[in-house]
Design a binder for this molecule. Structure first.
Ligand SMILES: [Zn+2]
Length: 325
């Protein structure tokens, strides 16, 4: 049975998973970043972990190792300048390749959801689609003509930092008015706080201390019929739909997949998003792209996406060796 190792590098933990071809994670491990702040120490621990995984999978045909990380320099196979990681320059591909007789692939973590959706989710038969993650921030991954779009520097798909509002909310990227300041979990909280201050709509949220207002509470209140909370989701969905219609003008995708915490609010967000999407869409398309939630569970998305890199590239390697013949 074919399998792949997926390594998902995050600011707190590095998750390593052994994944079967249909997306079943059969073995998992975690390395804490804070206690492995020295690059060499981390690489040695990672190598030990992969050795353990390979010993565990003797009866499997492990085809390769996929890695997703912030600050991935795909060309050189190194991780560098990631603001939430302690390592300045980590030659991860070279080190793993020198130890294991397996191909090692690296991509930017923002692409992992799209790769997982393509490898194991609803997009397996699609050639053109967009995956948007609505978490604390907003990330994106793009497939065009059956290829993951990486861009000139591996930084394509930063859909969260498209400017939505001129001189709008301050973003951590240093600019103002980025989309992710509006349609993320933190954006929902900010909108709710603005509406609470404005006191225009009736709400149970007026009595809630400010620090206790989070996206889940706003979603729960909206589901209970709270007028202010419903208005927050209506407006968030509208902004999202308008932005997605704009992306369609650039990419002409078959579908747009939404993932991340905020997408779990379901119709509360999707209904207004779909309505404003249809309204804002250019009228040239014979079929309107579908907006749907991702098939990939949030918790496993990183490891699944990293492992699916292996299938993605093995398929391409096979195709190119066939062409050479
Ligand atoms: Zn920004």
């Amino acid at each position: 049975m074919k399998a792949a190792i997926g390594i998902d590098i995050g600011g707190t933990n590095v998750r390593v998973g052994l994944v079967l071809e249909l997306g079943e994670v059969i073995h998992q491990s975690r390395i804490e970043v804070a206690t492995h702040a020295d690059g060499e120490l981390f690489l040695n621990q990672l190598i030990r972990t992969v050795h353990e995984f390979l010993a565990f999978s003797e009866d499997l045909n492990v085809l390769g190792i996929g890695i997703g990380s912030p600050g991935a320099n795909i060309e050189e196979g190194i991780i560098e300048r990631a603001s939430n990681l302690p390592w300045k320059r980590l030659p991860i591909v070279e080190r793993l390749s020198s130890v294991f007789d397996l191909p090692v692939f690296l991509t930017n973590d923002a692409n992992l959801f799209a790769i997982a959706e393509k490898g194991y989710g609803h997009a397996s038969q699609m050639t053109d689609f967009l995956a948007v993650t609505l978490g604390t921030g907003v990330g994106g991954g793009v497939y065009a003509s059956d290829q993951l779009v990486t861009g000139a520097n591996g930084l394509a798909g930063e859909v969260g930092h498209v400017i939505y509002e001129r001189n709008g909310r301050a973003c951590k990227c240093g600019r103002q008015g980025c989309l992710e300041r509006y349609v993320s979990a933190s954006g929902v909280v900010e909108t709710a706080k603005e509406y609470i201050l404005a006191k225009e709509f009736p709400s149970e949220l007026y009595g809630v201390p400010e620090h206790l207002i989070n996206a889940q509470l706003v979603a729960d209140s909206a589901k209970d019929g709270d007028v202010l909370a419903m208005k927050v989701f209506e407006d968030t969905g509208r902004i999202l739909g308008e932005a997605l219609a704009g992306f369609v003008a650039v990419l002409n995708p078959e579908a747009i997949f939404l993932s991340g915490g905020l997408s779990n609010s379901g119709d509360l967000l999707l209904k207004p998003a779909r309505a404003s999407f249809s309204k804002s869409l250019l009228s040239i398309y014979p079929n309107e792209p579908v907006i749907r939630t991702s098939a990939i569970p949030d918790n496993d998305a990183g490891v699944l996406g990293a492992s699916a890199l292996v299938w993605e590239y093995s398929k391409k390697l096979n195709e190119s060796s066939l062409t050479e013949i």
